[in-house]
Write a protein that binds this ligand. Sequence first.
Ligand SMILES: Cc1cc2nc3c(=O)[nH]c(=O)nc-3n(C[C@H](O)[C@H](O)[C@H](O)COP(=O)(O)OP(=O)(O)OC[C@H]3O[C@@H](n4cnc5c(N)ncnc54)[C@H](O)[C@@H]3O)c2cc1C
Length: 419
Amino acid sequence: MKIAIIGGGASGLCAAISALRKNAEVTVFERNDRVGKKILMTGNGKCNLSNIDLSSELYYTGDRSFVSAAFERFGLNDCIMFFNGLGLLLTEKRGGIYPHSEQASAVLDALRFEATSLGAVFKCGCLVKRIKQGEPEKKGITGGYTIHVKETSDSGEWNKTYSGFDKVIITTGGKAAPKTGSDGTGYELAKSLGHSVTDIYPALCGVKCEGSFWKQLAGVRCQAGILIENESTGEGVSFGELQFTDYGISGIPVFQISRLIAGMLANKKKTVVDIDLIPDVDEGTLMNELSCRIMLLSDRSYEQILNGFINKKLSAVILKNLKLNPAATFEADEKVLSEMVNAIKHFRVTARDMNSFDQAQTTAGGVPLSEIKNTFESKFCSGLFFAGEILDVDGICGGYNLQWAWTSGFIAGEEASGC
Ligand SMILES: Cc1cc2nc3c(=O)[nH]c(=O)nc-3n(C[C@H](O)[C@H](O)[C@H](O)COP(=O)(O)OP(=O)(O)OC[C@H]3O[C@@H](n4cnc5c(N)ncnc54)[C@H](O)[C@@H]3O)c2cc1C
């Protein structure tokens, strides 16, 4: 069985290994001069490759039962065994699974060494422009697919074709972080073979917000609770280190609910993000703390009383929003106090747009799962398979997107290698 894999990222490499283990002949076409560029960036260079709390509930997709079924076939334990089998020692940190060396390059090397030792042929510097299926009577049998590529090397650039592939697995990724090679060309390949692509938008990324104070807050980080209310899906809540930027908000707690925000913005819904700037202190306690300070330090200004509660730049913005002069003496007034507590516990900002694909970690949307079988083969084109981010599946932050890449890649590789 001759298999062409289009895209040498996480899912493509995993598909190559599982197919090779089933004795298929595998050629990986990769547009970059080397495979796995994005893997090196994952988990801040440490590669959070899975999570102990693996559940389809933590994925956005048109069909969660499809995702659950895939995890039953290749889930967390299979993933751990797979990487252990490649010689990689793993470790767990706050639920995330990482290589013990905390080097993403170790994950890429383990995948590359295995694929190479099993006989994978890597065609790097090959941008796949077109996949041509053979004549109807030849579909799914030897010689069914021809791959048209634009090949680049030190000596120039030219068009070339590679033919004689029985099966093709498209693992070109989505559109997130296009500098790594996944710039959406895979969607065009899918469409040219009769598939549709849902609306796509950046996910796991920062959120641009309305307001004129963002430049002032840029660089501030604090532990925060974030809540958004969504009419159809209910509340989205997350906690963690929030990062203020010159365009709005970012950081893990924002990434975790960015998909919800993206959906609301896409539906033109007003999206208010309610930020708790002191999530570990409840409103009553905060009120008492502030009252005690005012009694103890009766001559102090608003700015001085807030000192140490929240970042100075944040208190300046809050005081401005409340139209209070930071240098004026803090009034021990019940109304002012409760407005202040409310402003700290509910710092409300309105989302205006998602950050771009350049800054996103994954893509929301893609080729719908309704168009592929649970073997990851196309329902329209026999011998054509999909895996990874190109599919309409995206997980929250914490190893979920790579786990989807391993799971879908592994199954697609095994299935494609069957006759
Ligand atoms: C900064 C960053 C950090 C991340 N951290 C994590 C993390 O810690 N944990 C986690 O689970 N997920 C993380 N992700 C998400 C995760 O990396 C992706 O979801 C995953 O890599 C998707 O795998 P894939 O194989 O589908 O696509 P990709 O890894 O994007 O690979 C696709 C490959 O196909 C190639 N290609 C594209 N089009 C063509 C073409 N036409 N011809 C030939 N080759 C082509 C590309 O060059 C690329 O090498 C992170 C993403 C980013 C950007």
